[in-house]
Design a protein around this ligand. Structure first.
Ligand code: GDP
Length: 362
């Protein structure tokens, strides 16, 4: 699965947000293929297209696709030096595909701030400095290793060293590698190092109930994000936590009162999904209408493999309709009659919203 790690200083609202995410989460028993650990929440990716498909197909059940969020608490200043459990936290972040960095943008005298004042810019700097220092360490070690190989005449190693040498001063200044303009080749050469500051990142600005507009803290986060190719999602963790406790009718009423169209968590989840460069295809049978996740650019066999590895191995071909055609012609039979059902082979690049059916050998 695809994982987004939640990081941030203590007392910024990480647990509040994470608990709301996991409460809004789905029955783990519906997903026999994923193991779920205590600090991991598997959350459904909201997608109104599922309901539209289900209205036509009338299946026994409807299953959204999911994303994993991992709560990585305890990242504090000094983590990169291996103080306390610091290194373990950094290792946990390394295993994620993207980072959601929670930043406190609400004032509340009753809730202690670790630095005694709400200041997103300095909070972000504390965390980002640790990430940059950890990357600097990996970078310098890799330079030493690859320099030896480069001296031996290894061209790939020589290229890698040139990329790493470009990265070193950026990290040394405490800046994020994702703010650099790197070519595909350069990124590929260092991909194996799993740099933390290269991971796609969203800042989750935890604002007060009335803090979505005219909030200088939020503006400060936006300014930082713009400089380093990150995105910003503003939520109020306190509200999300209340929403997650409510049953659906109360929730709708509460949101209407607040003038919210959807829970803020939906925006966090969707932003995470986009951050990871993922999109969705559907299977639509009478037993089950279901959304599945593939990386943008994935071909049909890889998409089949998300359902089961055997489907990928034995892939023969796929029947494909677009979501729009499926809806317009009221299902597969109608789409087929209208000539909108295509047969696609191994090289077909899956599009967002494709409704697919796979034929395979076992
Ligand atoms: P963590 O240490 O980052 O996991 O932070 P917590 O989620 O434990 O939150 C720390 C404290 O801030 C708790 O007392 C929360 O109830 C409170 N808190 C979290 N989010 C909000 C918020 O949006 N508004 C206000 N006023 N308090 C919040």
């Amino acid at each position: 699965g695809f994982k987004c790690g939640i990081v941030g200083l203590p007392n910024v609202g990480k647990s509040t947000l994470f608990n709301a995410l996991t409460k809004a989460g789905i029955e783990a028993s519906n997903f026999p293929f994923c193991t779920i650990e205590p600090n991991t929440g598997v959350v459904p990716v909201p997608d109104p297209r599922l309901e539209a498909l289900a209205e036509i197909v009338k299946p026994e059940r409807v299953l959204p696709t999911t994303m994993e969020f991992v709560d990585i608490a305890g990242l504090v200043a000094g983590a990169s030096k291996g103080e306390g459990l610091g290194n373990k936290f950094l290792a946990n972040i390394r295993e994620t595909d993207a980072i959601g960095h929670v930043v406190r943008c609400f004032e509340d005298e009753n809730i202690v701030h670790v630095a005694n004042k709400v200041s997103p810019a300095s909070d972000i700097e504390v965390i980002n400095t640790e990430l940059a220092l950890a990357d600097l360490d990996s970078c310098e070690r890799a330079i030493l290793r690859q320099q030896k190989r480069a001296k031996g005449g290894d061209k790939d190693a020589k290229f890698e060293v040139s990329v790493l040498e470009k990265m070193r001063p950026v990290l040394d200044e405490g800046h994020m590698l994702r703010s650099m303009d790197l070519s595909k080749e350069e990124l590929a050469a260092v991909n194996y190092l799993n740099f933390l500051t290269l991971k796609p990142t969203m800042y989750i600005a935890n604002v007060a109930e009335d803090g979505f507009e005219n909030n200088p803290h939020l503006d400060a986060v936006r300014e930082i994000a713009a400089k380093e190719n990150a995105v910003v999602v503003a939520v109020c963790a306190a509200i999300e936590s209340e929403l997650a406790e409510m049953d659906p009718e109360d929730r709708d009423e509460f949101m209407a009162d607040l003038g919210l169209e959807e829970p803020g968590l939906d925006r966090v989840i969707r932003a995470g999904y986009q951050l990871l460069d993922l999109h969705t295809y559907f299977t639509a049978g009478v037993k089950e209408v279901r959304a599945w996740t593939v990386p943008v650019g994935a071909c049909a066999p890889q998409a089949a493999g998300v359902i089961h590895t055997d489907f990928e191995r034995g892939f023969i071909r796929a029947q494909v309709m677009s979501y729009d055609d499926f809806i317009a012609y009221k299902g597969e039979a109608g789409a087929k009659e209208a000539g909108k059902l295509r047969v696609e082979g191994k090289t077909y690049v899956v599009k967002d919203g494709d409704v697919m059916h796979f034929l395979f050998n076992v």
